[in-house]
Design a protein around this ligand. Sequence first.
Ligand SMILES: [Mg+2]
Length: 232
Amino acid sequence: MRVLALPAEARALILDFDGTLYSNPGYAAFQEEVLVGRLARELGEEAAATRARLARMRAEREAAGLGKTSLGRLFAELGVSIQTSALWREQLIEPGRWLGPDGRLDEALARLEARYALALVTNNPRSVGAKGLEALGVARRFRALVGLDDTMESKPAPEPFLLAARLLGVPAISCVSVGDRLEVDLAPALGLGMGAILVEGVEDLYGLPGFLEAGPAPSSPREARRGGGMRP
Ligand SMILES: [Mg+2]
């Protein structure tokens, strides 16, 4: 876990889903593979050719100093609309096949929920995000959910973050984005004045309540004292 920035008074956490609320490299790889396969069919080529094409595009973007980007953006560059991307994802991705209830995560989110409003922001469609939260058994912890089809923009665009803040009724500067991809989850949040915490997977989420309760969230002396006094 790496804290890149924390607001003086954090009031909301905007959490990423894949690679943040669960650690399952098989599921992450499956999602990419099935979408690349679908794109290959659309382009009328072998999946290997599409995979090579996407790798080339990613390498070109990185060489141009544009950083990493989301799969959705690469698809858009190849002429696949966000609407079509969202539809494919809804048809092909079934989180319940890969994920099950995570009691430790629920416990951690319950502790976070006591101090922060929680929102999920995912580059999957809203329905896939909702199914994912249900599969993990943590849906009730979230006050807002923003999916790809809510703004028709995928992270690292700022729109999904701004919508999440608005739905929670919390100004952007009092939000903290928590995610596993610097360029996709955190750079845009920092650009909006939000805090940002990089995680390597769900293990970091288990430790997040203890980490934030230990001090860094309430950063002014007054807040620190108040926070300290509330701890049992
Ligand atoms: Mg992620």
